[in-house]
Design a binder for this molecule. Structure first.
Ligand code: GLU
Ligand code: ZN
Length: 497
């Protein structure tokens, strides 16, 4: 069979809609997408939803939602269609039936009647005899009489693929030459006894029919590659697809805590969590790009445009990558700082709305406050989701304003309340209300006159105004909050007995 990689590049991202989309999926999508975009190829998005016991519509919807949030565009696939559709495998069962039948007719697959128990017994015997486990070829050449016997017992056969008896070798795009001994690649099941086709069949069939040229996927799938290559050969023989085999590249494992493989169930795997916390899609993707790839030594932060320009599969590192949430956050923070500040205001808004601090749609007044507050938090944020805590005090109605109990206990003790009283005296007489005037008044009163250190002076006022010990710059915050509300909050603390 000839190699398909000389044709215009066509790659696929083909998740199964089960559970919540995870970090590993996004990394696979990203590498395929960047590869296609770098080479001007086609990025195909296919939904592998033939596992009726695990696939859900909810998961499918979430998957599309997350793909859009991350900013991926696909040239063929759900909702955009394309010449090789449909792109949901659940709509392609007739295709798989047809291929399975033709493989059997050509002798490349056969009916296997073995029961689970028989398979297990023979596996046991093989192990005892020191032979490799796996299907032993029992039904490879049943005669008519044997088949009639099974039929009489009303056994329903599975369809099994006849794997050739020679080693299977290929040149992995990431790992180099790889070879599998024939005895380690037993004949495997393509179609269940109830007629339902399995991943082992549908995935290579669609890769062939959709004329995929490069398969970039996780290392966990490496063991299925020899079987798929053998199936490709057979499909070439019976005229399924272009007759060309894709090149395979297996992306490195991602390790999580304690040097264990990051699992879909680890909380840091959940992509929705990153959106909820307010990661920028470009920040998260930048970090995911580093899980097996590098744009240059000593350079961690880059845009997707830069990645596309630089991405080659040769630079993918076969060694396991380590998932480091702290680094992911730091990279996201860099992307946040790089945003123009009015863009930051736009991105922060939905998080303030979700927290119930700003109406949806926001009023012009609310928008104006967000725009003015954005510069105050721009340098301090790691994720957009921190905005409600950082600047919520500007939006919360006075009746709902609360002070963090810990900060209250620490800073608004008797001394602190006395400071706030002095601050009230300094502020209540001001006729203009801007940062410079506010700062001058507070400094004159608290630092010059009362001889307080800045921290002693401004800490209690900060807690009274923002409700927290840690906040955006104090004088700007006072200006933004406005004279009336600021004086009310200072007064409320000053009036404590
Ligand atoms: N649907 C398969 C999965 O999500 C795709 C495997 C592949 O990329 O070949 O694991
Ligand atoms: Zn059998």
């Amino acid at each position: 069979m000839t190699d398909a990689s000389a044709s215009p590049v066509r790659v696929r991202f083909c998740p199964s809609p089960t559970g919540n989309p995870h970090v590993g999926l996004a990394r696979t999508a990203l590498f395929n997408w960047a590869f296609a975009r770098h080479l001007g190829g086609t990025f195909v998005f296919r939904i592998e939803d033939t596992d009726t016991s695990r696939d859900t519509q909810e998961s499918y919807d979430t998957l599309l939602d997350v793909m859009r949030w991350l900013g991926f565009d696909w040239d063929e696939g759900p909702e955009v269609g394309g010449p090789f559709g449909p792109y949901r495998q659940s709509e392609r069962y007739d295709v798989y039936d047809d291929v399975a039948r033709r493989l059997r007719e050509a002798g490349r697959a056969y009916h296997c009647y073995c029961s689970q128990q028989e398979l297990e017994e023979r596996n046991e015997q093989a192990r005892a005899a020191g032979r490799p486990p796996g299907y032993d070829g029992h039904c490879r050449s049943l005669n008519a009489e044997q088949v009639a016997g099974y039929d009489a017992e009303e056994r329903k056969p599975v369809v099994r693929f006849r794997v050739p008896d020679h080693p299977i070798v290929f040149d992995d795009l990431v790992r180099g030459p790889i070879s599998f001994q024939a005895e380690h690649v037993p004949d495997y099941v393509l179609v269940r006894a109830n007629g339902h086709p399995l991943y082992t069949l549908v995935n290579p069939v669609d890769d062939a029919l959709m004329e995929i040229t490069h398969v970039l996927r996780g290392e966990d799938l490496l063991s299925s590659t020899p079987r798929q290559l053998a199936l490709y050969d057979a499909m070439g023989e019976i005229g399924v697809g272009s007759g060309r085999t894709p090149r395979f590249g297996h992306l490195p494992y991602v390790m999580g805590q304690g040097n264990k493989k990051l699992s879909k169930r680890d909380p840091e795997s959940n992509l929705l969590g990153y959106r909820d916390r307010g990661f920028l899609p470009e920040g998260l993707l930048n970090y995911l790009a580093l899980l097996g790839w590098a744009i240059a030594e000593d350079r961690d932060v880059f845009s997707m445009g830069e990645m596309v320009e630089a991405f080659t599969i040769e630079r993918v590192n076969p060694n396991p990558a380590r998932f480091d949430l702290k680094k992911c956050e730091a990279i996201n923070a860099s992307h946040l700082r790089a945003l123009p500040v009015d863009e930051l205001a736009v991105r922060v808004l939905p998080y303030l709305q979700t927290a119930g601090l700003v109406a949806d749609p926001a009023t012009p007044e609310e928008r104006a406050v967000v725009v003015s507050a954005a510069p105050l938090i721009h340098e301090r944020m790691t994720t957009l989701g921190e905005a409600p805590t950082m600047i919520g005090f500007l939006f919360v109605p006075e009746d709902d304003f609360t002070i963090d109990p810990d900060d209250d206990a620490k800073l608004l003790n008797a001394d602190g309340v006395a400071v706030v009283r002095a601050a009230y005296d300094a502020l209540s007489g001001l006729t203009s209300w801007d940062t410079a005037t506010i700062e001058a008044a507070l400094r004159a009163k608290l630092v010059d006159e009362l001889q307080l250190k800045p921290r002693q002076a401004f800490g209690p006022v900060r807690v009274a105004i923002t409700g927290r010990r840690i906040s955006p710059p104090l004088f700007e915050s006072l200006e933004l909050l406005g004279r009336e509300r600021s004086l009310l909050r200072v007064r409320t603390v000053a009036d404590r007995a």
